[in-house]
Design a protein around this ligand. Structure first.
Ligand code: EPU
Length: 423
């Protein structure tokens, strides 16, 4: 297993490019199998999770080629199986997206149940509710979900759960609804930019979706969908937000290029609260954090609230902040695996259920630490940037699932970080 060796204390300076969004490209790749002709999707990040989605499509007979850097050509013509097997689904929960896509295209799907998850329980009841209400029969046996529908029929479906809207359920049910007869109204729908990107892709395929980005999405069913040429995936707001936090952690001055500042309003507001000045121009976000970091209050919420996927990275910024910061995790109440590792670096954090109180300390000191999931790992890398001396981060395969060339990108900004390959 690869690890990162880091030497903290450098101030990040310069420019860094944002990659395409992982959480947008995954449902878009699944949706591409609903067409009867090929699609070309550009600005695809080169990530382990994207490789897994490609492997799932290929296992079903879809032909996928990386045509040039960052672009995927998907030909669903040869698709012959309706099954996503355990060996692939177990690697990534987002594999569940092929269920909605297959159901929409063939009225039939078999997808291995996604397993447990280190960030806490991640039920899929809302996905199943949506499919059932569209007229599918869902059965769970031998670790698989079998979905079957003679005909999908549009209707009003409420997709909210106790934690608010569900990104996955909205995307999954939307894909199936696009091919349902008549009108579907998805209410309490997730408003995340990745949902808007999926809806735009589906509309380019010939679907009739309106209202994406609001809690009410309307879908007029269509009979056929075709492939799309050169669909460009949106920038990864979580990667860009991670660079904002990294700048705050190191009290640096960084311009984040090719981002979408409109998707990062709550993160930019939080960076300003942490003492940074932030300027946005076209797709660039210029962060000057030489004045910080100051203590912050973070409550994670569905978009446009502060994202759970950046809680660990902004906590890394709070570790050396002036004063006491508070974090409340409302999406995944147990998503605090990074806290014990931060403590190994000398952080002062008290936990109370889904709340963490961070008292800023003057110094962090390097230590061996262990990555547990994708975003927690990003938090550890950021803390390693601030810790004095050497930090070793084990199990960095987690970070490779969702960050393209993270060590090169941070290295180009002045971070001392090196990957040690395992044999
Ligand atoms: N929920 C239910 N029932 C469901 C589905 C969700 O109760 O059927 C609950 C969840 O337990 C959670 C909340 O609803 O409390 C929100 O979950 P959501 O379904 O929105 O999450 P997801 O679609 O499984 C996506 C991202 C996650 C991100 C969450 C929240 C992808 C592939 N994954 O997951 O990203 O944390 O939305 O924003 O888009 C990551 O990239 O590292 C990551 C975990």
């Amino acid at each position: 297993m690869d690890k990162f060796l880091m030497w903290g204390g450098e101030t990040l300076r310069g420019e860094v490019r944002t990659s395409g969004s992982k959480n947008a490209v995954l449902p878009i790749l699944a949706a591409s199998l609903m067409a009867d002709t090929p699609s070309t999707i550009t600005n695809c990040p080169w990530l382990k999770d994207v490789d897994t989605m490609v492997e799932i499509l290929e296992a079903m007979g879809v032909r996928v080629q990386r045509t040039y850097e960052g672009s995927l050509h998907v030909d669903p013509g040869p698709l012959e199986s309706h099954e996503a097997p355990y060996e692939l689904v177990r690697k990534m929960r987002a594999s569940i997206y092929v269920l909605g896509a297959l159901l929409g295209r063939f009225g039939k799907a078999a997808v291995s149940m996604p397993g447990g998850c280190v960030i806490g329980p991640r039920p899929i009841d809302l996905h199943m509710k949506g499919f059932t209400e569209l007229g599918a029969t869902i059965e769970q046996r031998c670790g698989y979900i079998y979905a079957d529908a003679k005909e999908l029929v549009g209707r009003e479906i409420v997709l909210g759960g106790p934690a608010g809207s569900s990104v996955g359920a909205t995307a999954n049910v939307l894909m199936a609804a696009v091919k349902a007869k008549g009108t579907t109204v998805l209410s309490s729908a997730a408003c995340e930019p990745e949902i808007v990107d999926l809806a735009n892709f589906l509309n380019r395929m010939g679907a009739n979706v309106s209202g994406a980005g609001t809690p009410i999405i309307m879908v007029e069913g269509v009979d056929e969908l075709h492939g799309v040429d050169d669909y460009k995936v949106i920038p990864d707001r979580i990667e860009a937000g991670t660079f904002i936090a990294a700048t705050a952690v190191t009290r640096g001055t960084v311009t984040i290029k090719d981002a979408e500042p409109a998707h990062l309003r709550s993160e930019i507001a939080k960076a300003i609260e942490a003492g940074a000045t932030v300027e946005t121009r076209n797709g660039d976000i210029h962060v000057d954090a030489t004045g910080g970091p100051k203590a912050i209050e973070v409550v994670t919420q569905p978009y446009p609230g502060f994202p759970t996927d950046l809680q660990a990275q902004f906590m890394a910024a709070a570790l050396r902040a002036d004063g006491m910061s508070r974090f409340v995790e409302k999406i995944y109440p147990n998503r605090f695996m990074h806290v014990m590792e931060f403590a190994r670096l000398g952080a002062d954090i008290t936990m109370d259920g889904n709340r963490a109180i961070v008292h800023g300390v003057e110094h962090l000191s390097g230590a061996p630490i262990m990555a547990s999931d994708l975003r927690a790992s990003a938090g550890l890398v950021l803390a390693g940037l601030a810790a004095e001396g050497a930090t070793t981060i084990h199990r960095v395969y987690h970070i490779d699932r969702g960050y393209e060339d993270i060590e090169e990108k941070l290295g180009a900004l002045g971070a001392k970080i090196k990957r040690v390959k395992s044999n």
